[in-house]
Design a protein around this ligand. Structure first.
Ligand SMILES: [Zn+2]
Length: 141
């Protein structure tokens, strides 16, 4: 069990989120897994904060096979799949994006991260399909 923290945003991002909300859409800030020894408490040493600007949603089933979608489950929003219009990474306002690691460590970690990110998407997909999401006629008797 790991805790998640929602990083705070730089003014530029807040402005974007405000504009996007004014259009009638939602934007979500990606939470980070809390790292006990992270030097930057805001981004957990990721160096950036990510915001996904969502389009239509929520959908109970995957709304598109070709477009980017995101499973959103957070407070104050109906749970479900949302179309992702755009995801932007902003430089962390707390640490200015300074990474503490050496370049070699960083690139090794990023490879690991890429794999684990892929896995979690796969799991998410599998999970959402395993639960009661499937239509009755597709469920095994
Ligand atoms: Zn930071």
């Amino acid at each position: 069990m790991s805790d998640f923290v929602s990083p705070y945003l730089p003014p530029e991002a807040e402005e974007h989120v405000r504009k996007w909300s004014a259009e009638g859409y939602e934007a979500v800030v990606w939470p980070y897994g809390k790292r006990e020894f992270a030097k930057c408490k805001n981004c957990q040493d990721e160096g950036n904060v990510l915001v996904s600007y969502l389009g239509r949603g929520p959908f109970k089933y995957l709304p598109s096979e070709t477009k980017k979608v995101k499973w959103v489950d957070c407070e104050g929003m109906p749970r479900g799949w949302y179309m992702v219009e755009r995801t932007i990474g902003y430089v962390c306002p707390e640490c200015g994006g300074h990474r503490i690691e050496s370049v070699a460590t960083k690139s090794a970690r990023e490879k690991r991260k890429a794999v684990s990110k892929m896995r979690s998407i796969t799991n998410e997909w599998a999970q959402s399909r395993q639960e009661d999401e499937l239509p009755e006629w597709l469920q095994e008797a």
